[in-house]
Design a protein around this ligand. Sequence first.
Ligand code: IPE
Ligand code: IPE
Ligand code: MG
Length: 271
Amino acid sequence: MNPVYDLEPPEWRDYSDAELKVRIDPCRLPRHIAVIMDGNGRWAQARGLPRVSGHRAGIQSVRETVEGAAELGVPVLTLFAFSTENWRRPRDQVDALMDLLVEYVDREIGTLLKNDIRFIPIGRLFQLPPHVQAKLAWAQDQTARGRGLLFLIALSYSGRVDVVDAVRSIARQVQAGCLSPDCIDEQVIAAHLYTREVPDPDLLIRTSGELRISNFMLWQLAYTELWFTPIYWPDFRKRHLYMAILDFQRRERRYGTVPSTPEPVSSGTFS
Ligand code: IPE
Ligand code: IPE
Ligand code: MG
């Protein structure tokens, strides 16, 4: 197959949500799906609305994605909600996003509990306003006994900051004499990242048509399959999640090795 192929084949567009869902192989689900939820501002601007309306509309997409992943039995979902670079946005927009976050937690906590979901915020959470930190800690505590979907939300997070914080933590262990520099390997680094509790993402979804990672999980995405869609985050629905997973399931992951299909048997003659 040509490596540049259609991520949403035309026949999938005619299928209903249910028809897409039954085509997913439950034995080959991604263990971890990560999502860069982008395009809220442009969604709003296209409608002549303030940017915050786009962020508010995106809550429905969060709901569908969390519910869709939980229903399928995906073990881990990480949503990228606010990057360290996003602090550079206008103050009123940052404040509106923080308010929306608190509102989201208040409105969704019941659904998270009902669906046995464990909610874990990751990132430099200490940089968030105290009332937001308190609300997140409360939701994490409330859902701590959830045994279903592990739902991570990345806030004040960036991939490089993740590595910086891991390096600081490792350096402190070395300084304290608890760790020899020669023992630092990939496992040790992974064990100090914000994602230390979960496997690396198998699938990354980015909405809004941008073909970039924007400083998200730089270490963890080393062998992740990437799926991009032009639609804006507020238009993202379960069917898009299904399409991303179906596309993931038709890919062959090689991790630097050769294809798993056997070589054709040679006749053994040179004549
Ligand atoms: C993504 O939506 C969410 C955050 C970064 C908080 P944007 O606000 O970046 O929307 P666009 O990309 O400008 O349309
Ligand atoms: C990435 O979106 C961050 C989040 C979705 C939280 P951005 O809108 O910040 O990324 P750029 O600026 O387009 O790269
Ligand atoms: Mg954006």
